[in-house]
Design a protein. Structure first.
Length: 185
């Protein structure tokens, strides 16, 4: 599996993890928060001192649907924004604990989530830190719920290539036949 680490732990998140580790308690990650932050540059360095955005900028909150461990030091949480959810735009995602603490944050290019058939967003938040799986108390492998679209994409490429060759061959036959009938040979 390709390693795609997104977002950063906030300074408060790092302190929270240290406290939870000392007290032998899990992280209690509860939800992903989606916000539309005006003039946010998705390429900007993430701010470790960042807090929750103002409530007017928060466009949606979603309880975690699934969680999994990639390896002992990497964990993932994910949500699915189904087709009946929307309409809103977002460019900021926050990972929030049961206590309301902003554990981690990430910036994105502006995403448009519209209500409607086939408009589903799958969002995962992946973090890497020492003993992440044990501290998060996540034992289920992330691979058990992460879906690999590669076989479907490979099949589509094969089908498109076959179709393109077929169209070109048919055009060639048509042109050849057309020229024979008009005595251009």
């Amino acid at each position: 599996m390709t390693e795609n680490i997104t977002g950063i732990l906030t300074k408060a998140g790092k302190q929270f993890i240290a406290t939870q580790a000392l007290n032998d308690k899990g992280l209690g990650v509860k939800e992903l928060v989606f916000a539309n932050i005006p003039n946010l540059n998705e390429k900007a360095e993430r701010n470790p001192n960042e807090g929750m955005p103002p409530s007017l900028q928060i466009v949606y909150r979603r309880p975690i649907d699934v969680e999994g461990k990639v390896d002992d030091n990497t964990v993932a949480w994910a949500v699915i924004l189904e087709q009946d959810i929307g309409d809103f735009d977002y460019n900021w995602i926050g990972l929030v604990t049961e206590t309301g603490l902003l554990l981690a944050v990430d910036y994105l290019p502006m995403q448009r989530k519209r209500k409607g058939v086939n408009n589903v967003h799958n969002r995962s938040f992946v973090l890497k830190f020492a003993a992440a799986a044990a501290l998060s108390r996540i034992t289920i492998p992330a691979q058990s719920w992460m879906f690999d679209y590669s076989p479907q994409l490979d099949q589509i490429n094969v089908e498109l290539s076959t179709l393109a060759v077929s169209i070109i061959n048919n055009m060639h036959r048509f042109i050849k036949q057309n020229f024979k009938e008009k005595n251009y040979e």
